[in-house]
Ligand binder design. Structure first.
Ligand code: GLA
Length: 382
């Protein structure tokens, strides 16, 4: 049964009525522009056809009650007395969104409902951002404020960074808030300007889940951020966004090797991401695929955030004749890769690469063709 129907059915069973509103916020896959968002740079994700769904109705009091189908859990909290996070339970993401909205001066009303999602948790497809934006959208449905996608993305990020203490950039929340159906979104992570861009017509996007999950990703992520900041400080700029490859090449030797490699990844990745826009606008799948392959090499060798499983699935994909280019996607160390493939062979590509990767590594992968979907929306309201 579709996730939406599961949420609606449970709502009916629990509350003996139809939901007053249903909201949806998607996960994402990033085509190119990795580990650039917290350097004020450029990213190029698309919102995928997997999402978090909330079926809900307003409440007369100031409470929020949510039943999570996936967690088989039922939690409530009082908007006038938000409970502090407790080892990052799923409900803490929703409480964090309430906290960030209240801090931003948004007047909030209570609601109750059922949460269900089909973004695999911990696979690097941003199930957290989907949950944050679905929660923001639920508050929007029952409260009296305007929806601004970039502002809501910042609310989601504040919930995660400041309430839960998990560091992220702005990419995941921005694409979950502002995604456009049928388009990838070039996001300038400094201005938050977004440019919806069509993919080359003859291509499909395939997500390749290695079946491995990221361990210790938080500490490695924070270390990479600190290394990027130290390179920016060295050059006297506010972020690595502000230096081009030619200038960097002249001064790279001033940095110690590890910092130099980290900076080289970010600076070259920003250039690749802008070139990816040109390739997309020209409908040039070959050029876009080559940029994705170069991105993976840079993430593996200079930024050192790939893993043996990611390298294996990317190599299997890139060796396939229907693949224009594949790379790891998201924070790294496990989780998913993404491939740009010939549309008319996308399903067979997935079968071949899945089988090849499984026999090479013994891991059980999941490969699926995805479509670019819209960002957070209300799909039903009374
Ligand atoms: C995670 C973070 C994003 C971004 C990516 C790497 O997904 O949540 O903000 O930094 O890693 O590109």
């Amino acid at each position: 049964m579709h996730t939406l129907d599961r949420a609606t059915q449970r709502f009916q069973a629990e509350f003996a009525t139809s939901p007053a509103a249903i909201v949806r916020a998607p996960g994402r896959v990033n085509l190119i522009g990795e580990h650039t968002d917290y350097n004020d740079g450029f990213v190029f994700p698309l919102a995928i056809d997997r999402a978090a769904w909330l079926a809900l109705r307003p409440r007369a009091d100031n409470c929020v009650r949510v039943i999570s189908l996936d967690m088989a859990d039922d939690q409530s909290f009082d908007l006038d007395d938000l409970p502090r996070p407790d080892a990052t339970r799923w409900i803490d993401y929703i409480i964090g969104v309430a906290w960030a909205l209240q801090r931003g001066g948004y007047p909030l009303a209570g609601w109750e409902g059922v949460l269900a999602g089909d973004v695999p948790i911990g696979s690097g497809l941003s199930s957290s951002a989907a949950l944050e934006l679905a929660a923001a959208r639920a508050f929007y449905c029952v409260s009296d404020f305007d929806w601004d996608a970039a502002q809501m993305a910042q609310i989601g990020r504040a919930a995660e960074n400041e309430w839960l203490g998990i560091q992220t950039g702005i990419m995941d929340q921005m694409i979950s808030a502002a995604g456009v159906a049928g388009r990838a979104l070039l996001i300038d992570c400094r201005s938050l300007e977004t440019t919806p861009t069509p993919l080359p017509a003859t291509t499909s996007i395939v997500i390749l889940d290695t079946g491995t999950r990221r361990g210790l990703v938080g500490s490695a992520y924070n270390e990479r951020r600190a290394q990027c900041e130290s390179a920016a400080r060295h050059f006297g700029i506010s972020a690595l966004r502000d230096i081009d490859l030619a200038t960097f090449a002249k001064r790279a030797d001033e940095l110690e090797p590890v910092i130099r490699w980290r900076a080289r990844h970010v600076i070259s990745e920003n250039e690749r991401t802008l070139r990816a826009r040109d390739a997309m606008l020209a409908g040039d799948a070959e050029a876009l695929g080559k940029l994705m392959i170069a991105s993976h090499t840079s993430l593996r060798d200079d930024f050192e955030v790939s893993s043996p499983a990611l390298d294996a699935i990317v190599n299997c994909a890139n060796a396939d004749p229907s693949c224009y280019g594949a790379r790891m996607t998201g924070a790294g160390f496990g989780g998913c890769a993404v491939a740009l493939v010939r549309r008319d062979d996308a399903e067979d590509f997935s079968r071949r690469v899945g089988a090849g990767y499984e026999s090479a590594t013994g891991n059980t992968p999941a490969l699926y063709v995805t479509r670019a979907s819209a960002g957070a929306t209300t799909i039903k309201s009374e």
